[in-house]
Design a protein around this ligand. Structure first.
Ligand SMILES: C[S@@+](CC[C@H](N)C(=O)[O-])C[C@H]1O[C@@H](n2cnc3c(N)ncnc32)[C@H](O)[C@@H]1O
Length: 370
């Protein structure tokens, strides 16, 4: 048994499977069996060992929009209804999974479930098994502590029912560091909307800790299109940026009181800044193609150095619509001679939408550091 398991947002299994299938074809994988059960929040692909090796050497989580986590499958383990449930798991971990890892140990281990409401019932069961599996792995010295082990693949046990566990592996440099691919972000009590977590997650996913320190710098300039009530502006202000917030609505008073925000009641589709800004973010609810055209205009005309924007997806053909918008964006940037990095992800805090990040060039270090 070998293959791939991805964690996805519940209801997006079909979109994620189409996207993964497209990328597997690009990797040269010709034969696979896909299981994308509606509302299961995972997609399981079975592949020959050769095809899995091919995919593992080329497929990148960062290129997959609808996948939160990328795991390499070694086996389905059926748990007995009673008695010892640990031995069967350990046998696969120290056998086929270790061989797949190409190492003599792992950097760690997660016991997780798909992100569905019904899976929440399994959480207690997972927790009780975690301690036993952890102890067994420690006894076998399969999860050594220390920096030397940090680069080793990680064990992920994905419990899909109280009788079935998918035994999988994550490559640390090609996976999300969070269990189920979900960052645990705390809602800041003074933020004016829950949307604030979308932009915060986008910074973590697209920039990571090092680039966040370099690219979210006090004194930078930013524009927030469709800013009200101010959840995204809140994040920019948190990094002490000078923000121009564009929206006809009312902006949170506490944010205005920071003195870092200028609120303009203008149309997001016609407003343009006098000077290039470090960041433009956009959370306007509109057709994805219309938002994409607006973003292209900002990037190609050099109005911003970085952007993070949201594409609200239609009910049907969500993968196709996203791919079409991103292809248009890439094409227009290429024609204009702009060197850009474009990444897109359906974040945990995104619902029927995806978030896109574009950076035009490495940022000069402006402003004072925090
Ligand atoms: C999803 S909300 C933004 C939420 C915001 N990001 C936050 O975190 O609080 C979308 C906003 O876009 C604004 N909007 C929609 N069309 C607009 C337009 N053409 N120009 C400016 N704002 C617009 C709406 O007034 C609304 O406040």
């Amino acid at each position: 048994m070998s293959g791939i398991v991805i964690h996805v947002r519940q209801g997006f299994e079909d979109d994620a499977a189409k996207e993964l299938s497209h990328h597997l074809t690009l990797c040269g994988v010709t034969s696979r069996t896909m299981q994308a059960i509606a509302d299961s929040a995972i997609v399981v692909v079975t592949l020959s060992i050769e095809d899995m090796k091919l995919a593992r050497s080329q497929l990148k989580l960062a290129d997959l929009i609808f996948s939160r986590q990328l795991l390499w499958l070694a086996s389905f383990v059926h748990l007995p209804a009673e008695g010892d449930r640990v031995t069967a798991l350990i046998d696969v971990i120290k056998g086929p999974l270790l061989e797949m890892a190409g190492a003599n140990a792992f950097s760690g281990f997660f016991f997780e479930t798909p992100d569905t409401d019904s899976s929440k019932e399994l959480t207690g069961f997972c927790k009780s098994l975690t301690r036993h599996v952890e102890n067994a792995l420690n006894k076998l010295k399969l999860t050594p502590k220390g920096k030397g082990a940090a680069h080793l693949p990680r064990v992920h046990l994905v419990m899909t029912s109280n009788q079935q566990v998918l035994v999988t592996l994550a490559d640390v440099d090609n996976s999300s560091p969070w269990t189920m691919g979900i960052p645990r972000l705390r809602f800041p009590p003074s933020a004016p909307s829950r949307s604030t977590l979308k932009l915060e997650e986008a910074f973590h996913v697209f920039l990571g800790p090092e680039q966040m320190a370099d690219r979210l710098v006090a004194g930078m300039t930013a524009v927030d299109l469709g800013a009200c009530p101010g959840g995204w502006t809140f994040q920019l202000v948190k990094h002490r940026m000078q923000v121009t917030a564009i929206d006809n609505g009312a902006l949170d008073e506490k944010i205005m009181a920071t003195g870092l925000v200028t609120h303009l009641r203008e149309d997001a589709f016609t407003y343009r800044p006098y000077d290039t800004v470090d960041w433009m973010v956009c959370d306007v609810v509109e057709q994805p193609a219309k938002i994409t055209s607006l973003m292209v205009d900002w990037i190609v005309r050099g109005h911003c150095r970085n952007t993070i924007f949201n594409l609200k997806l239609p009910m049907k053909k969500r993968y196709e619509e996203t791919a079409s918008c991103l292809n248009h964006l890439k094409e227009r940037c290429r024609e204009s001679g702009k060197i850009v990095e474009i990444r897109a992800k359906q974040l945990y805090h995104d619902r029927k939408e995806v978030t896109v990040y574009v950076t035009v060039a490495p940022l000069p270090k402006t402003g004072q550091s925090k």
